[in-house]
Structures are given as structure tokens and as C-alpha cells.
Design a protein around this ligand. Sequence first.
Ligand SMILES: Nc1ncnc2c1ncn2[C@@H]1O[C@H](COP(=O)(O)OP(=O)(O)OP(=O)(O)O)[C@@H](O)[C@H]1O
Ligand SMILES: [Mg+2]
Length: 376
Amino acid sequence: MDRILADPGVRIVVCCGAGGVGKTTTAAALALRAAERHGRRTVVLTIDPARRLAQSLGLTELDNTPRPVKDVNGEAGGDLHAMMLDMKRTFDEVVLQHTEPARAEEIFANPFYQAMSSTFSGTQEYMAMEKLGQLRARDEWDLIVVDTPPSRSALDFLDAPARLSRFLDGRMLRLLLAPARAGGRSMFSLVTASFGVFSRTVQKVLGAQLLTDLSGFVAALDSMFGGFRERAEQTYRILQAPETAFVLVAAPEPDAIREAAYFAGRLREERMPLAGLVLNRVHRTDLPGLDAERSLAAAAQLERSGEHRTAADALRVHAALTQQAVREERVSARFTDAFPAVPTVAVRAQPADVHDIDGLRTIGAALTTAGLAPAG
Ligand SMILES: Nc1ncnc2c1ncn2[C@@H]1O[C@H](COP(=O)(O)OP(=O)(O)OP(=O)(O)O)[C@@H](O)[C@H]1O
Ligand SMILES: [Mg+2]
């Protein structure tokens, strides 16, 4: 990882993975490391960071402006800015860029737009990509580290923007729009002629106002269809460029490893550069020479003697930890067997949540240390 963070040719690091595996933590830790150790002017784009981590990064509200992070050691000549993605505001910015102010106001006021820009599934992924595109275009930073949204699946980050622009661009919308274009009549007027009963039912269920809103939304967005698609495609191309490094984060558990392998395969298909796999929150023991069996036997012996209860307990804990470590290694091997060329680094489960700069430094050091002792 240090080689990647130091490489001036690497301009974007994307941290992806399934929900809750440690993407945000990894992104923040890598960005801090790039700034402190490698002297790079770095920005980290976080998405929904835990509140305490956000506070440590000096982020008190959703904010589309990168803010300098305090307590970063700048001796190497680098610095760190951080921001939290404001999905709604990013969407507004895109609209403003692609349409005249009056039209934009119309769009902003529309209830469909309001719902979609703040809750539509896929909007967060799309806007994260959009923001990445904007940051890259400004060319102000040596390195942009991107966190990805808390989706169930890592693939959503790649798929959602296309899905969203397909929706905005979709045939369904165009069909709905056609009657509205025909002479400014109500969009359902043509339909009403042939399907009177159907239309009246729809109106009754959905309400006339809702149909008017939807029609207005579709008409207003029509002018932007191309814009959405083009921008999504542009960012997609940035993700395929050699200046980008994907870092895949996974927990050493069967579902997460399966998912990670799936995602790695997909990156390969898309010709997107996978820099490595982070196995996060792995368990290791500090006594790899003492295996679980011997440890349990010794515990039993101590218990029989009726003395050294605490030692017996410690031996049992050690045995359980060793068993878990071995299990995790076996599970993780499924990934490394399938992708032997992808470098892997393991980060130990810390005793507590990672929420301050020092904690991020610890994770950053672990992320750049080759290998942990084998589990035994
Ligand atoms: N190695 C670790 N040891 C201990 N705790 C960790 C470790 N990595 C992450 N955590 C903690 O796990 C929680 C989830 O981490 P994080 O927010 O980075 O995951 P995420 O993948 O971004 O989640 P989401 O998909 O919800 O965005 C956080 O509270 C974080 O502090
Ligand atoms: Mg996160």
C-alpha cells in the first residue's frame, strides 16, 4: 500500500466493499498516511462516516467543500482535507450545471425531484461518482481517496450510476413524456381517450396532482438526459484509468469473501485496476506457537489441579482465538486462491472502534505492513 500511496502516478484510490466492513475507516487511514508519510496533498471524500470519526476529521455537517484536517503531521510536506458527501446538494449542482436557472428552480420545487435527490436508491452512488469527477477535474490534489456508500453490495457502486442514468434516460419515462410533449396537454390526455377507465383508476389511486408533478419532472429532466449519461460514462472512464487504484475491503467471513471475489471478477471484466484486498478485523494471537489443542489440554490439566484458574481461563481464550484465526485464514484463502495475483493485507480487529487520528495512524500502519504472522 505504501508503494501505491507514494506513487505520483496514482491520483485516485477507491475504497469499496460490502456494508460495514471498514471502507470509511480504511479510506481515512490511507488518506492520512498519504499526507503524513508520503507528503501528498490529499483529500478524502467520506460518505456517511460515523459521528465520532467525522468529528475527528473536523467534519461537523454534510459539506461539499473539503476542509483541512487538524493535527495532521505536515513534516513530509503533505496535508489532508476531508469532506462528507452531501448527496442532495451534489444533485442540485448537477442540475444547475445542465439547465437554465428558471428550469432548475422548477426541478428543485418538484416533489419527485426532492424525493429522488434525497432517497432514491442509487443516488448516493451516482453522486459519489459525480463528486469524484468534480474533484479530479479541479486537479487541486495529488491524491483523492474515495470512500463508497454503505450499500449491501460493493457492486452497487459500479452499477447504481448506470441504473440511475438508465432510469433518467429510460424508455418508460420517454413514453410517459410523449403525450405531455404533444401540444402541452395533460400527459394522460392521449391515454384517456383509449383507456378512460384505466386512467381514471390511476388518477384515483395516485391523485391528479401527483401525475402533474411526475409529468413536470419528466419534462424538466428531459433536457438533461444526455448530461447524466455522459457524466456517468466520463467518471467510469476515470475509474478504468491507470491513475486509479481500487482497494477492496472485506471481512474474513464466508459471505464477505464470496462477495469480494465476485467484485474482483467484475473489476477485471471492466478493466478497472484492483490494487489489493484488505482483510479487515482479522483475529490473530500473539502466541502462534501454542495451538488450540495443546492450549485446551493445558487448561483442563490446570483445572483438574484446582489451581491457576485465571491461567486456565486465559488458555481457553487463547484456544478460541486461535481457532477463529485459523477459520479466518481458511475462509480468506478462497479469495487468494481465486486471485493469486492480487496482493492482500490483513488488519487486526482493534480493541475498540477507530474514531480518532491516532487510531487512523494505527490502521494506516497495519495497512502498509506486509503480512501478519500465520494463524498456525
Ligand atoms: N480494524 C478495525 N478494528 C476495530 N474496529 C474497526 C476496524 N475497522 C473498522 N472498525 C469499526 O467498525 C465500524 C464500521 O467501520 P466503517 O464505518 O469504516 O465501515 P464501512 O464499511 O464504511 O461501513 P458502511 O458500509 O456502513 O459505510 C466503525 O465503528 C469502525 O470504527
Ligand atoms: Mg462507510
